[in-house]
Design a protein around this ligand. Sequence first.
Ligand code: 4AD
Length: 459
Amino acid sequence: MGLSTRIIEILKQTVGGTVDVSGWVRTRRDSGSFSFLEVNDGSCLANLQVVVDERLANYESEVKKLTTGCSLRIQGQLVASPAKGQAVEVQADSIMVIGWADPETYPLQKKRHSFEFLRSIAHLRPRTNALGAVARVRSTLSFAIHRFFHEQGFMQVHTPVITTSDCEGAGEMFTVTALEPGQLQGANPFSGDFFGSRAGLTVSGQLQAEIFALSHSRVYTFGPTFRAENSNTSRHLAEFWMLEPEMAFCDLAGDMQVAEALIKHLVAVALTDCAADLELFDQFIAKGLIEKLIQVRDRPFVPLTYTEAVSLLEKSGRSFEFPVQWGIDLQAEHERYLCEEVAKAPVIVTNYPAAIKPFYMRLDEGGRTVAAMDILVAGIGELVGGSQREERYDVLAARMAAAGLEPEQYGWYLDLRRYGSVPHAGFGLGFERLVQFVTGMQNIRDVIPFPRTPGSAPC
Ligand code: 4AD
């Protein structure tokens, strides 16, 4: 039986009953004729205290040799704990050692380890308090995303991982090939390859999600995406999970409403369902985290056009590393200034210059800007990137030609505008950035179980 918070709650009501639990030893302390074990099975932050009497048959031979990391099965009586720190404890009737952990080599000892060190042991770090809590928050948020969209009448679409369309057009696709490096030659090196043309790992499921939005109205896709961008920052991964809703009969304003409601809902779920884990983060990782999240849940986000945002940045008197002028792509330092210092709330920046955004975004009147929106949050910068899509055939065809896209490769995308085209919009939310935002973790490599970054793909 697992020691989930829920089960401990139930156990509290059955004090006096027999329990049968399994988990890993966090610590052992001996006092008089007893050993006190702190045991955790990962289902919640709290450890279970197990009191072992020296009269147990294997007390000297095994219990006294238990160290951090050993796995156990414990049978005993659940009793109210006389000591401070826990409501209940287990008085062991039997301790069965399932697996030993050599203390000479087991890398997780009672002291606090740096996150850098823990990254080097990706196979053991989920057993620590912080990384264990991150994993639980991540799972809770993932489930809450599916529930939110299900309850709002969205249909989930499984978009492909291998694709021939580079949605963002930024040339950051990892190539997928079945050929050996030496075989990739000639004018059309992929013609003899597995797919007969160049294929890659998806950078976004958006284009395929649009297909289903234009048949099922409200859809979402949520899965891994890949970018071969050489960004060694605390906010970038080469493999990350993206949530992408896509809505037909929807404009930019509708898109912004859904994104704001979603983020508020997810923050609210974390505050209630992950309360103990968030307290850990608030205490040890990011002081004031819970208060910040409550404000995000309760206060409206602040909309700003790109032009307004640039003007605020220009007037800020700040000397940014990247100088500001109309037309630049906003950098993390600009994004953070806007939400941390100007709005003191998440900011939704809209109507970016067309020249810095992908071909699929709807051109605004005048043609200088597009109906784009990015949601910026404190500590992270861009959490969401979205837009109303260009639904006008002629305008889209011209933009695709200007972007140098092959008409035969994207004919299907234009077809969606030839037959029953409708205004539609969507966005992409970077799931790891959301987990960072909710937990206060500084580095994105610590909120995904197995981070992939330039030069590193352990496990
Ligand atoms: O702004 P992006 O590039 O948008 C798209 O890919 C659109 N096709 C989404 C859509 O409209 N359906 O990426 C969306 C979000 C960003 O706001 C950011 O949170 C996250 O994905 N993101 C990354 N997260 C981690 N590592 C990276 N390298 C990321 N690149 C983007």
